[in-house]
Ligand binder design. Structure first.
Ligand SMILES: [Zn+2]
Length: 177
């Protein structure tokens, strides 16, 4: 059973999603700090499905496209270029492992990748498996537009996918020794 953490409250959700993050320079500066926002102050992000060596894998209950998932860096940086080389390789490896596994699971026409951090300035990569006839054909994806609500079984399938990946990495490392 996976519990997807909710937004703390509706007011915060509205502020987070509709421009609140940039509304004041002081608030934004605070938000960029390690202990300033959700991921690092809580120790892990909301909606965690599982974890890999360099990342947590998360999703939301309600998502823009079926299969949406997010890979969140365990190291706090705002910009990807701020990650030291080893950590950068680790984060990218996790992102691509999740993208490939998700691709195998959901069989999209095309996987889409997005890194913004305008609301949550802690490095994370959104993965959107795109399908013919999804809600965003011919226009940019909008994370605020909900077009699918995950069932418990779907969340479990995603969680199992991440668990398998975590195991696979461990197994692979074992073979190298
Ligand atoms: Zn952080």
């Amino acid at each position: 059973m996976v519990t997807l953490g909710p937004w703390p409250n509706e007011a915060q959700k509205a502020e987070e999603l509709y421009g609140g993050a940039w509304s004041g320079p002081e608030g934004w500066a605070r938000r960029r700090e390690r202990d300033g926002r959700i991921v690092c102050s809580a120790g892990r992000p909301f909606g965690t499905l599982g974890e890999l060596a360099s990342s947590w894998v998360t999703t939301d209950r309600e998502v823009p496209v079926f299969g949406y998932i997010c890979v969140v860096s365990k190291v706090h940086v705002v910009e990807p270029f701020e990650l030291p080389e080893t950590e950068s390789a680790g984060f990218w490896r996790d992102c691509m492992a999740v993208a490939k596994a998700l691709n195998d699971l959901v069989r999209p026409v095309k996987m889409n990748y997005e890194v913004h951090g305008n609301t949550l300035p802690h490095l994370h990569m959104h993965l959107f498996p795109r399908q013919r006839g999804d809600a965003f054909v011919g226009r940019p994806l909008n994370l605020k537009e909900v077009h699918h609500r995950y069932s418990e079984a779907e969340v479990e399938a995603l969680r199992a996918m991440v668990a398998e990946l975590a195991l696979g990495v461990t197994r692979h490392r074992g073979q190298e020794r």
